[in-house]
Design a protein around this ligand. Structure first.
Ligand SMILES: Cc1ncc(COP(=O)(O)O)c(C=O)c1O
Length: 361
């Protein structure tokens, strides 16, 4: 009798492993996921609480109020927007809609791990372009685009490297891609970037029919626990994604809280101010104790632990864990000697630096 087996490609997806450990009752500092150190906006919390009274109702399958709020905030047309259960779902929906067995899905070496999973889930072949010094090499990506390439995923800025691709290079990449290839700009951390030559992709979406931008409420808006993402693209692509998504993919409290978060510019500004100050402080302090810190335009830092035969990265993590601090290991990205550290609160950042100083100095 033939054995039951999952579809081709599924076996190539590594099970998700978080660097988080199950809490054993002790309080711990979680810098392992790219959370917003300030938490959610109070307006989002109020909207979430109010939505609790309507939990017996299905959510609005058209995400009407949420799309209107996004449209107002970014001055874009609501029929060019759809929403998802976190941007991870959007990445998967795009792959399911446009790629399949025999197709190629192209992305960059240290690109966000969701790209690999999305490609494999559809049975398509993931193709990986080498990066240079932990930054995307646009030429390498363009060189690998072929007749079979259905999607190019570009995380800009990228997680876990924290690096970004200047606007002019993204434009060049798009111009080099065949018309049948969809360029997906994953701009999850766009709001954090303070660089004049960066562009999250609104203009590219408006000018071309093969560009889609994906965004999330998990970072700037601090709603990771609610799972809300969205995409901005040509109506034909948006309509395609709407066909295949679960009609009730974004829960009712999630839609309400996300829409309210967009009406809280003070929370956004406080988040950015906190991030700017503490990413600079962390970079300086970590460099001072001999850690290599890669420049980051996000809310986390990629650090390389100095080579030391007596102190492996695993030992560093164990030391941090013993002090109740969790950081992200990056073996799955082939960056076994690196760690990703998210900007925390003032107290958490000090605790991290003190603990690393103890173990490394
Ligand atoms: C680059 C990038 N894209 C997408 C996501 C998915 O975010 P979410 O599913 O929480 O919206 C993440 C999460 O860390 C990310 O770093």
């Amino acid at each position: 009798m033939e054995r039951l087996t999952p579809r081709v490609g599924i076996g190539q997806i590594a099970p998700y492993r978080s660097s988080r450990v199950p809490p054993d009752g002790r309080p711990f500092i979680d810098l392992s996921l790219s959370h917003n150190a300030l938490g959610p906006s109070t307006k989002a919390i109020a909207a979430y609480r109010k939505a609790a009274l309507s939990l017996h109702r299905y959510p609005d399958y058209e995400h009407t109020l949420l799309r209107a709020a996004i449209g107002r905030r970014y001055d874009i047309a609501t029929d060019h927007i759809t929403c998802s259960n976190g941007s991870d779902e959007m990445i998967q929906l795009v792959a399911e809609a446009y790629a399949g067995p025999g197709d190629e899905v192209l992305f960059h070496q240290y690109g966000y791990r969701g790209f690999h999973k999305a490609a494999r889930m559809t049975g398509a072949t993931p193709v990986v372009a080498a990066e240079r010094d932990l930054a995307v090499d646009i030429e390498a990506l363009a060189d690998l685009a072929s007749e079979r390439t259905k999607i190019v995923f570009l995380a800009n800025p990228n997680n876990p490297t924290g690096s970004y691709v200047p606007a002019e290079q993204v434009q060049r990449l798009r111009a080099d891609l065949p018309a049948h290839t969809l360029l997906v700009l994953d701009s999850a951390y766009a709001d954090y970037v303070r660089r004049d030559n960066y562009d999250p992709g609104f203009g590219l979406v408006e000018e071309h029919d093969n560009v889609l931008m994906v965004r999330t409420f998990s970072k700037l808006h601090g709603l990771a626990g609610l799972r809300v993402g969205w995409a901005y693209g040509p109506p034909s692509i948006i309509e395609t994604l709407d066909r295949i998504r679960d009609p009730y993919n974004v829960g009712l409290p999630a839609q309400a809280a996300a829409a309210a978060a967009l009406g809280d510019p003070e929370h956004e500004a406080a988040t950015l101010e906190h991030n700017d100050a503490w990413i600079a402080w962390l970079s300086h302090e970590l460099r001072a104790i001999g850690v290599r810190v890669y420049p980051s335009v996000c809310n986390f830092l990629l650090i390389r632990v100095p080579p030391d035969p007596t102190m492996s990265v695993a030992a560093v993590c164990t030391h941090l864990r013993d002090r109740g601090i969790l950081v992200k290991t990056l073996g799955e990205y082939g960056l076994a000697d690196c760690l990703r550290i998210t900007v925390g609160t003032e107290e958490e950042n000090h605790a991290l630096v003190d603990a690393l100083r103890e173990v490394l100095e």
